[in-house]
Design a protein around this ligand. Structure first.
Ligand code: WQD
Length: 338
């Protein structure tokens, strides 16, 4: 029987584009939906520059239910990897309606069309944000879900709840991958993180400071209860993260999932503080980074890093790249930006 395509929503985004590369390397036929609201069409060429394959691309607004239905009428889809969402924590606090409409209604219309067209496999882009400040570290998938600290985090929690209920009620099989902090870029330098405007996340701000685009990095607080006083996160190379999606997709296609809805933490299992990241970056880039310590950022937690044993065992996946390689690849990518 003819194999269906894999739909990657948000496939021209940071994690989406790296996942399309890995899917094409595995021989999957990929179709991308992206409304270009937070990326550039040139990413499509970047992907092709790596794999030699131009993925099919459809510019479609997932908030438009009619367009989504029409898409599924025209494409035979075997599985969906759903990245498309707004993802800036701070912006979500200022514009909650934009986040609830974009992140929730797009998921609902996608699931509705999948149901109508008997597409039963979905990988959902979730986040360690759902744990808030976990009571125990490293964080396992059984850690309690805490009250969301932002509308962005809440849309991830709601998305998981929707998938739980829909998979229980019908034929859908779902995997939620709870990302820790994705960083870095493909070694080819063809694709990477493209923050439009002032970067909210640490690593693009670091590389833009080193490149002279930003005057200095503000370190948000050095009064946390950690060894050096700065907050700790689990920084995972985006290529390792992309590969986890292939493992999860194969698990569903091969019918190896043990329940209709599964959750996996995708991180390295190692925590790094902001100052450790800065020191490592200076080592790999041979640049002195200009930074200053300022007050904590509202809503930030002290520490988060993953217990990845479930993903290691069930997905047969493990992060292979470390912080140095991730930061070096981010720096190489930055140097290629005009
Ligand atoms: C990391 C650390 C900051 C910027 C969020 C979302 C998560 C995911 C990744 C989307 C923190 C510190 C940062 C700066 C700093 N989002 N920092 N100066 O907040 O852990 O996670 O982004 O996929 O779901 O919650 O990531 O990169 O913003 O911050 O000191 O200019 O760096 O305080 O300790 P975060 P981040």
């Amino acid at each position: 029987m003819e194999k269906g395509k894999i739909l990657v929503t948000g496939g021209l985004g940071f994690i989406g584009s790296h996942t399309v590369v890995e899917l094409q390397k595995e021989g999957f036929d990929v179709v991308i939906i992206d409304d270009l609201s937070n990326t550039r069409i040139e990413v499509l060429e970047g992907i092709e520059g790596i794999t030699g394959i131009q993925a099919e691309y459809v510019n479609l607004d997932l908030k438009n239910k009619v367009q989504v239905q029409a898409f599924f009428d025209q494409h035979k889809i075997e599985g969906v990897i759903h990245f498309a969402a707004s993802k800036a924590v701070g912006e979500s606090v200022e514009k909650p309606l934009k986040y609830y409409e974009n992140n929730i209604s797009s998921l609902l219309y996608l699931l509705d069309s999948m149901n109508d067209h008997k597409v039963t496999n979905i990988i959902f882009s979730s986040s360690c944000t759902v744990y808030g400040q976990a009571d125990e570290l490293p964080i396992t998938e059984n850690a309690p879900i805490k009250l969301a600290e932002s509308p962005y985090g809440n849309t991830k929690q709601i998305g998981e709840e929707v998938l739980k209920d829909v998979s229980k009620a019908g034929d859908l099989n779902a995997v939620a991958l709870r990302y820790f902090n994705p960083i870095g870029a493909h070694s080819s330098g063809q694709i990477g993180e493209l923050p439009l405007g002032v970067p909210q996340n640490l690593i693009p701000f670091v590389t833009q400071t080193a490149a002279g685009i930003r005057k200095e990095l503000s370190v948000f607080g050095d009064d946390y209860p950690t060894d050096d006083g700065t907050a700790i996160r689990d920084y995972i190379h985006v290529v390792d993260l992309a590969k986890a999606h292939i493992c999860a997709l194969k698990r569903l296609i091969d019918g190896k999932n043990k329940s209709k809805m599964e959750f996996f933490n995708i991180g390295t299992g190692k925590g790094s503080s902001v100052l450790e990241v800065i020191k490592t970056f200076e080592k790999v880039s041979k640049k002195d980074l200009n930074y200053k310590i300022v007050a904590r950022r509202e809503g930030d937690i002290t520490a988060a890093y993953a217990d990845t044993s479930l993903a290691n065992k069930e997905l047969n996946w493990k992060a292979e790249l470390g912080l140095e390689e991730a930061l070096a690849s981010a720096w190489q990518w930055q140097l290629k930006q005009k």
